[in-house]
Design a protein around this ligand. Structure first.
Ligand code: C2O
Length: 546
């Protein structure tokens, strides 16, 4: 196995999009950032130098980080941020994962421009469990703001209102030709007639689930979140932020140009159509298109509607592991997490500049009514490992304080989450089931729930209130998919299972950045087991301090 050394310089770089030039925070001057390519079993050593004027950390989304929790990256969870002028070297080994992951800043909203693909090929000498494709193309779906994304989130935090939505969606950093000033830079994916291309699709957007489609072509889905899946065909994908999907496409159509498009799904804002579709172009090399072969009209016609939950569900429920897997059946911790928004009442008389949410409130979000607050003087992992008191408590509730009808009109008294830093403790090797129930408070949304340091099996999903006596019998305990981010359906629930075999402190959160900003997060402590292989490694000497 190889050791790959990389330098990531985080810096302000002029980037021109939508007719304007912005000083954006980038890695090595690139937007999106560099693609890392490794083989399963390889080690990555990435020296991150912060030349920007913001704190930064880098998270290796989906990498299991077995015993290397210090390299995971979420700020104030596994490390203090890298201050301007500082640096930190992330070291970790890819163990058993193959497919597509990605990396992104895990500090404020910096990941809007600080992100890139992480491609993990089979071990040297091993091959894909499908015919080797002629080409491979990473496609990063993203969001672009005309304003500085850090200012956007700061304003939302100050006012209590919802943040501004992005000004464009992007594919490999380009908005595509439905947007102003973007046509000539539209991302082109070349292909030859008859050829098969492996597309590694990543939703690196901040706040939006996306449908993804290519005109006139079908996908064979072969992987997701760096695990292979039982191949299935579909004409449309749906990815929540954080999720990746690997698909094969074959150039079996008349040589031409075909639109590749992503469009917002389940937008809380109701998604004005024209602003929520981004395009790239699949171009057959033999087509010799001097002018555009594809027109805008077909894109509008082919994309599902922004509220097409039936299409989204048909896709997310098609995933299976390639073969029978070992799902934990004896459950040590049977947890129920109610996830969703809340509204904080403002004290009477203070309904002013910082209470601009609905009816003079402030937006919040919670898990089991706890709105998560990050510490500021220690990382949680450091506090746990060194036994520093007063940084967090370990009383995160395994169930909501009151259960209610999550599909109904929810009483205002239940909308008030409590702000605190509560963790949930697991012993090494224990088994966990979590029912993730969307509360639909204020608005029904899809929540892409991401667990750091782990992959989990999604054994079931459904709509309405989770009902153990009705729904448990439908669990797939034979070949459920292994993921790191679960799309909890709009107005519904998902059930996940995992074994706590990786010691450390691991954040679990909604991957919509607006929701994590509002507190839709918690963290697990997984205690060390017995013996060296069950123990978190010592912290690196250059670990940033707060
Ligand atoms: Cu990709 Cu905590 O995130």
């Amino acid at each position: 196995a190889k050791v790959h050394h990389h330098d990531f310089v985080v810096q302000a770089t002029p980037v021109k999009r939508l007719c304007k030039t912005h000083n954006s925070i980038t890695v090595n001057g690139m937007y999106p950032g560099p693609t890392l390519e490794v083989n399963n079993g390889d080690t990555l050593v990435v020296n991150v130098v912060n030349r920007a004027r913001y704190n930064v950390t880098i998270h290796w989304h989906g990498v299991r980080q077995m015993r290397t929790g210090w390299a995971d990256g979420p700020e104030f969870v596994t490390q203090c941020p890298i201050r301007p002028g500082g640096s930190y070297t992330y070291r970790f080994t890819i163990q058993g994962q193959e497919g597509t992951l990605w990396w992104h800043a895990h500090s404020s909203w910096l990941r809007a421009t600080v992100y890139g693909a992480l491609i993990i090929r089979p071990r040297k000498g091993d091959s894909y469990p499908f015919p080797k494709p002629k080409r491979e193309t990473p496609l990063l779906l993203g969001e672009w703001w005309d304003a500085n994304p850090i200012d956007v989130v700061r304003q939302a935090t100050r006012t209590g209102a919802a943040p501004n939505v992005s000004d464009a969606y992007t594919i490999n950093g380009q908005p595509g030709d439905l947007y102003n000033c973007s046509s000539k830079d539209t991302t082109i994916v070349p292909i030859d007639s008859g050829e098969t291309n492996l597309l590694r699709v990543i939703n690196s957007g901040l706040n939006q689930q996306l449908f993804f489609k290519i005109a006139n072509h079908k996908f064979t889905v072969v992987g997701a979140d760096a695990s292979y899946v039982k191949p299935f065909t579909t004409s449309v994908l749906m990815l929540g932020p954080g999720q990746t999907t690997d698909v094969l496409i074959t150039a079996d159509q008349p040589p031409s140009r075909y639109y590749i498009a992503a469009r917002a799904y389940a937008s809380a804002q109701g998604a004005p159509f024209d602003n929520t579709t981004t395009t790239a172009i699949l171009e057959y090399k033999s087509a010799n298109c001097q002018t555009k072969c594809a027109s805008i009209k077909p894109v509008r016609a082919i994309m599902p509607a922004f509220n097409d939950t039936a299409t989204a569900t048909a896709f997310t429920t098609s995933f299976r592991s390639p073969r029978k897997v070992e799902v934990p059946t004896k459950i040590d911790h049977n947890l129920f997490f109610a996830v969703g928004l809340g509204l904080m009442n403002c004290p009477r008389g203070s309904r002013s500049r910082n209470c601009q949410g609905p009816n003079g409130t402030r937006f919040a979000a919670s898990m089991n009514n706890v709105s998560f607050v990050l510490p500021s003087n220690f990382s949680l992992l450091q506090a746990h490992q060194q036994g520093i008191p007063g940084v967090f408590t370990t009383d995160f509730p395994g169930a909501p304080p009151v259960k209610f009808d999550y599909t109904g009109n929810v009483s205002r008294s239940l909308w008030q989450p409590v702000k605190s830093t509560k963790l949930y403790k697991l012993k090494y090797g224990e088994t966990v089931q979590i029912v993730l129930q969307g509360t639909s408070i204020f608005t029904a949304e899809n929540h892409p729930i991401h667990l750091h340091g782990y992959d989990f099996y999604i054994v079931a999903e459904g709509f309405g209130n989770f009902n153990p006596s009705r729904d448990t019998s439908k669990f797939n305990l034979v070949d459920p998919p292994l993921r790191n981010t679960a799309s909890v359906p709009v107005g519904g629930w998902a059930v996940i299972r995992f074994v706590a075999d990786n010691p450390g402190v691991w954040l679990m959160h909604c991957h919509l950045d607006v929701h994590i900003t509002w507190g839709l997060a918690m963290a697990f402590i997984v205690e060390d087991g017995v013996g060296e292989l069950q123990t978190l490694e010592a912290p690196p000497a250059d670990l940033p301090v707060c």
